[in-house]
Design a protein around this ligand. Structure first.
Ligand SMILES: *Cc1c(COP(=O)(O)O)cnc(C)c1O
Length: 358
């Protein structure tokens, strides 16, 4: 077993929130993982410390110039054990995001080991109810206090934990209404759309606000050049069922390579569905809807898991998918995916990682 990392205990533990009122990302556990980088020492001082405010220079580069990346994954409890779901994929991806913003990479094994020890300490915070999990948020930002525009010489990595209910509040799958954004764009090829960087979200908020004001839950982004091809939704990748086949936009450099997307593709193939990764235009979708070939639409992401789409609005055109009900294939994938995550189904691919007791 690995060596225990430094652990700074707090004097009193917090009161746990009401498990029926968790919401998403509202409550945080007693401890967080902290790891520092500076140009002389590299990554150092990995430790578990009380969750709480941190001191930061007003000139910190992360605030001014946006060197800031993050990840999101979940831990589940079943039969008294706590599992992480494909955590190595998240640390692989955080390194891709770090590279893209010219930030120093981390040793994926070291950070994963730190996370396992943190979650072990916090195992009582992992909720057990239907659809509930411990949401895990690793992130890295630039801390050097200097206003010159260049990569920072110092960074901080933190991992905070938030016991969370199902993303959309309700328990069952309820279809969402989506606004196809035809004015703003999220990302362009060669930019940072494929990296999980804070700025992508900053750039997306105005369109989200406008869509919400018109009664839509989320925005579907089109490509940044022609605004013709479908890319992804807010914090989800998107899938369509056309003629019984699953179709999802191919990873083209401006789409975030979701781990749920990757898992759903693998799972769907194992279940015998045909999956195509290719360019999908919004015109194709409307036409195939009109021909009765587009039968289901759903989004995939760690927070939202698998989320059916019931309505799409593009300009003056509004289409209703599958009578605004969750489709059969969406439900099948949801049941299998959440069954594996929650430990109710076998895990032949070894996606679950049991958190050891240290
Ligand atoms: C995180 C994220 C996703 C979903 O990725 P998962 O790994 O499945 O959680 C999709 N799109 C964007 C823009 C994201 O930031």
């Amino acid at each position: 077993m690995s060596e225990k990392i430094k652990f700074v205990q707090r004097e009193t533990l917090k009161e746990k929130p009401d498990p029926n009122d968790l919401g998403f990302g509202k409550y945080f556990t007693d401890y967080m993982l902290s790891y520092d980088y500076d140009i002389d020492q590299g990554w150092h001082d990995l430790k578990i410390v009380p969750y709480g405010p941190i001191e930061i220079s007003p000139a910190a580069q992360g605030i001014h110039y946006g060197q800031s990346v993050f990840e999101g994954l979940k831990a589940y409890k079943h039969n008294g054990e706590v599992d992480l779901f494909r955590p190595s994929e998240n640390f692989k991806r955080i390194n891709n995001s770090l590279s893209r913003l010219d930030m120093p990479k981390v040793d994926e094994e070291v950070v994963l080991e730190g996370l396992k020890q943190l979650v072990d300490i916090e195992r009582d915070w992992v909720p057990e109810g239907e659809g509930q999990s411990l949401y895990i948020r690793p992130y890295v930002f630039a801390t050097e206090g200097i206003l010159g525009v260049r990569p920072s010489y110092s960074y901080k990595l933190l991992i905070i934990l938030s016991p969370s209910g199902s993303y959309y509040g309700g328990e069952s799958l309820s279809p969402t209404k989506i606004y196809v954004e035809d004015e703003y764009v999220r990302a362009v090829r060669g930019g940072v759309g494929h990296a999980k960087v804070a700025g992508n979200y900053a750039a997306s908020l105005l369109a989200q606000t406008n869509a919400s004001a018109q009664g839509y839950d989320q925005v579907l982004w089109l490509d940044g050049v022609e605004q013709k091809y479908v890319e992804e939704v807010g914090s989800m990748n998107i899938f369509f069922v056309e003629n019984g086949k699953l179709v999802t936009p191919e990873l083209n450099g401006s789409i975030l390579p979701g781990i749920t997307r990757k898992t759903v593709i693998e799972l769907a193939k194992n279940l015998g569905y045909e999956v195509e990764e290719r360019r999908v235009s919004i015109d194709e979708l409307i036409e195939s809807h009109n021909n009765g070939e587009l039968t289901e639409v759903f989004g995939t992401g760690t927070a939202a898991v698998i989320s059916p789409v019931g309505q799409l609005k593009y300009g003056e055109t509004e289409i209703v998918i599958n009578n605004n009900e969750t489709g059969k294939i969406t439900q099948d994938l949801y049941d299998n995916y959440t069954g594996i995550q929650s430990g109710k189904l076998e895990d032949p691919q070894g996606w679950r990682l049991v958190v050891p007791r240290y």
